[in-house]
Design a protein around this ligand. Structure first.
Ligand code: FPP
Length: 253
């Protein structure tokens, strides 16, 4: 029986190179990448993968040429509006994670609306990381904890891993079981730094616009062959296999 991850995270990389290979502008790669986003969402819904997190724009992506940044912001805004029907059909609950403070009022409103419309959907959870960085997430959690300590709501000696993770943006999702990164790069690129502690990493040379059902199936196949140990040694697992469901629950709690 195939083991289905509770949470898959994806670094969608290679849009620019996909376009360059075809002598197209970089925008064409991002536009085509949107089709792979749709495929990934419907694939997860079909496979009953409960949670999917997509890295669409990192805190560092502002360094790109202004025209490309504007295109990505525009594509995100348009998709938030145009994809709502498909999200509803697939019973997807949508959340946007990242620093929204610098977004335009129009984008902030579209995010609030999309989240509101989908909040009661009972199917999979889709997180889009936009202007997200793992460092930013850890710092914003630290600030909230510091405020609670200052206000006397929390004691310094009570700060634990559980308390810390409860202040991170994905505090209501299990940590990812599987990270997929496309385009042959072997980096985490400031994505979910805290949450990747025990995540299985899968890298493929495939550019994101070419990443479709077949490629996602392959990633799941590889994930199924991984032997997860969560700190135990191999012999312990072979002699009396611990209940990984319970360990995972604890890690995810
Ligand atoms: C990385 O490829 C891709 C991005 C920075 C943008 C991801 C955006 C999409 C897939 C499109 C739409 C998504 C949503 C959620 C609206 P790259 O540009 O770094 O490619 P390169 O490394 O080949 O240059």
């Amino acid at each position: 029986m195939i083991k289905i991850p509770a949470h898959v995270a994806i670094i969608m990389d290679g849009n620019g190179r996909w376009a360059k290979q075809r002598l197209l502008p970089r925008f064409a790669g991002h536009q085509q990448g949107l089709n792979s986003v749709r495929t990934a969402i419907t694939f997860c819904a079909k496979k009953h993968i409960p949670c999917l997190t997509l890295f669409a724009f990192s805190s560092e992506n502002w360094r790109r040429p202004e025209t490309e940044v504007n295109f990505l912001l525009g594509l995100f805004l348009r998709s938030l509006k145009s994809e709502l029907k498909t999200l509803a059909e697939n019973k997807v609950c949508l959340k946007i994670i990242g620093d929204k403070s610098s977004f335009s009022e129009e984008l902030k409103t579209a995010i609030l609306e999309a989240e509101k419309i989908t909040e009661n959907n009972t199917g999979m959870r889709l997180n889009i990381a936009f202007n997200y960085g793992g460092h930013w997430d850890i710092i914003q959690a630290t600030k909230k904890i510091t405020e609670e300590v200052t206000e006397g709501k929390l004691k310094t000696q009570d700060i634990s891993e559980e308390i810390f993770r409860s202040h991170l943006t994905l505090n209501d999702c299990p940590d990812p079981d599987l990270l997929i990164r496309t385009s042959g790069e072997y980096r985490i690129s400031n994505f979910l730094l805290w949450q990747f502690a025990y995540t299985e990493l899968y890298f493929t040379d495939c550019f994101w616009p070419d990443f479709r059902e077949e490629q996602f199936e392959e990633a799941l196949k590889v994930y199924n062959k991984r032997k997860r140990r969560f700190g135990y040694i191999g012999e312990q697992i072979e002699q009396s296999p611990p209940d990984f469901a319970i360990i995972e629950q604890k890690i995810h709690a």
